[in-house]
Design a protein around this ligand. Structure first.
Ligand code: HEM
Length: 539
């Protein structure tokens, strides 16, 4: 018997057909029965009442009643576009991933998002932006689910519900919608000071991008690449916008939020429609895969730390061009389901405890959000590689599987073991060592305890104007906090970052500036931190 192959139906969206584009000659029911009238319900006489037997009315209303699905628990508001990724071939010595080969073109879908606001919130709020790309490679789908900020709030995924509970609107009044100007946010980051690095990136101009086309993207975690010889290296992914990195001023962002809450999504769609296709270079910082998994003393498994680009330059490996707007927001932008575990052969995860939790979370949430386990069959989520899995049944099963023995090996449907060999482009689980003496613990390395030195590095890397903006945003956001003890605790965190920053914000808040409790180290300012992106494009 033939193997049970579900073949993809081609491009995720095609031109609307008569059936799905409101263009057919006749209006029909969902069962294809032609209708005479869709404007008047069936009534007992012209003045009613309406009759229960009006099955057309019931179909129309019932379907409408169920049009909304739950919004994403985070990153609910997004805008997306289709495009193409072209490999440069420069990563061939690092990975067998075929889509990175020179000249190889792969269709992609990229969704940008804010993290905290609900689906209807404004675009130009101060927040982190999601930057998620689905590469429909011929070796299976690769999702690079990143942000526009290279560090994260927490070091262990077990805290993710906590940081999001703190960042989302207060449970009593459900305000504020999409800003960090509230007690629970500052309560969390002043108690969990590992969040101070991400917080300062948010308070900087990076928190209010000028355009989605002018943002960097970062994979944040360290990933592992595997080459044809089976050698591994550790990498951090970077997206560098060809248009450079640009931000709004806070005053501009506030005005735009009122005048055009859709500013970013409109800008993206208009640019693409006008043929001004945004482009990003994908690059990697590459580190040797040593047992310590550190580079120049910086822990590669700590997602609250960066590796400055002077120490490890970003090396370009391919080019992303977004050149087509979605045809239908719901079908594509809303239903797309990313997952950091969607990895092709040649790319693997590391033991970063934040990434490890993400590997569980995405599929789990999508089972609820997209109504069952078969969301991978929704057109936007279908791989462009042939699928031959053993996953069966479940809500909204679109595939009509043949055969009787969905297990391998079997003696009924050909019995073929059907597993790929080493040369068959199969996924590679990089054989990595686990320390022989490791014991099960709820703990983390001592290096994770340094919460301030890189934040100070970031602060010292800013120009005077950028520092002024940072001072003003801390002052504005903390000025909205009701509880004085939270402001005082955050000021103490700022004192441990920089005395000038602390005293300026304290003055703005009308509070005394506390003395630091940590010894301030004075690293060389890192121009790369503030300048990355601004130096691109080089051509
Ligand atoms: C979306 C969980 C950390 C980037 C989501 C969603 C969940 C989630 C549940 C909604 C997915 C959906 O409904 O389809 C988590 C957990 C994390 C974590 C548990 C930590 C343990 C991160 C980090 C990044 C990130 C570190 C960036 C590197 C994104 C992006 C989206 C997203 C970009 C939106 C994807 C889209 O456009 O649909 N996350 N996340 N998340 N997350 Fe995370």
């Amino acid at each position: 018997a033939a193997p049970d192959v579900i073949t993809p139906t081609g491009a995720p969206t095609g031109a609307p057909t008569a059936a799905n584009g409101q263009q057919g000659a006749h209006l029909t029911t969902s069962q294809g029965v032609r209708l005479r009238d869709s404007d008047h319900s069936l009534k007992a006489g012209e003045r009613g009442p309406s009759l229960l037997q009006d099955h057309h009315l019931r179909e129309k209303i019932t379907h409408f009643d169920h049009e909304r699905i739950p919004e994403r628990v985070v990153h609910a508001r997004g805008a997306a576009a289709h495009g193409v990724f072209e490999g440069y071939g420069t990563a061939d010595r690092l990975t067998v991933a075929g889509f990175l080969r020179k000249g190889r073109q792969t269709p992609v879908f990229t969704r940008f998002s804010t993290v905290l606001g609900s689906r209807g919130s404004a675009d130009t709020v101060r927040d982190t932006r999601g930057f998620a790309t689905k590469f429909y490679t011929d070796e299976g789908t690769f999702d690079l689910v990143g942000n526009n900020i290279p560090v994260f709030f927490i070091q262990d995924g077990i805290k993710f519900p906590d940081v999001i509970h703190a960042g989302k609107p207060h449970p009593d009044r459900e305000i504020p919608q999409a800003q960090s100007a509230h007690d629970t946010f500052w309560d969390f980051v002043s108690l969990h000071t590992e969040g101070q690095a991400h917080t300062m990136w948010n308070m900087s101009d990076r928190g209010i991008p000028r355009s989605l086309r002018m943002m960097e993207g970062f994979g944040v975690h360290t990933f592992r690449l595997i080459n044809a010889e089976g050698e591994t290296s550790l990498v951090k992914f970077h997206w560098k916008p060809k248009l450079g990195v640009h931000s709004l001023t806070w005053e501009e962002a506030q005005l735009i939020s009122g005048m055009d809450p859709d500013f970013h999504r409109r800008d993206l769609a208009d640019a693409i429609e006008a043929g001004a296709y945004p482009q990003w270079e994908l690059g990697v910082q590459v580190f040797p895969d040593t047992p310590e998994q550190t580079f120049e003393g910086i822990d590669l498994l700590d997602p609250t730390k960066i590796i400055p680009e002077e120490l490890a330059p970003v090396q370009p490996i391919g080019l992303l061009t977004l050149d087509r707007n979605p045809t239908n927001y719901f079908a594509e932008t809303e239903q797309v389901a990313f997952h950091p575990g969607n990895l092709p052969p040649g790319i693997d995860v590391t033991d970063d405890a934040l990434l490890q939790a993400r590997l569980f979370s995405y599929i789990d949430t999508q089972i609820t959000r997209l109504g069952g386990p078969n969301f991978g069959q929704i057109p936007i989520n279908r791989p462009h590689a042939p699928v031959n899995d053993m996953l069966r049944d479940g809500f909204h099963q679109d595939a009509v599987h043949s055969g009787v023995a969905p297990y391998k090996p079997n003696s009924l449907d050909g019995g073929c073991p059907f597993f790929a060999g080493a040369d068959d482009h199969a996924f590679i689980d990089a054989p990595t060592k686990i320390a022989a003496e490791a014991t099960k613990v709820r703990a983390q390395p001592a290096s994770f305890d340094d919460h301030f030195s890189q934040v100070r590095l970031f602060w010292l890397s800013m120009t005077p104007v950028e520092q002024e903006h940072i001072i003003r945003s801390y002052t504005f956001e903390l000025g909205k906090v009701y509880e004085q003890s939270i402001k005082e605790r955050q000021l103490l965190a700022l004192a441990n970052i920089d005395p000038v920053l602390c005293s300026e914000v304290a003055t703005g808040l009308g509070l005394p500036a506390p003395e630091p409790t940590e010894t301030l180290t004075d690293p060389e300012p890192s121009p790369a931190l503030s300048q990355v992106g601004k130096e691109w494009p080089v051509d």
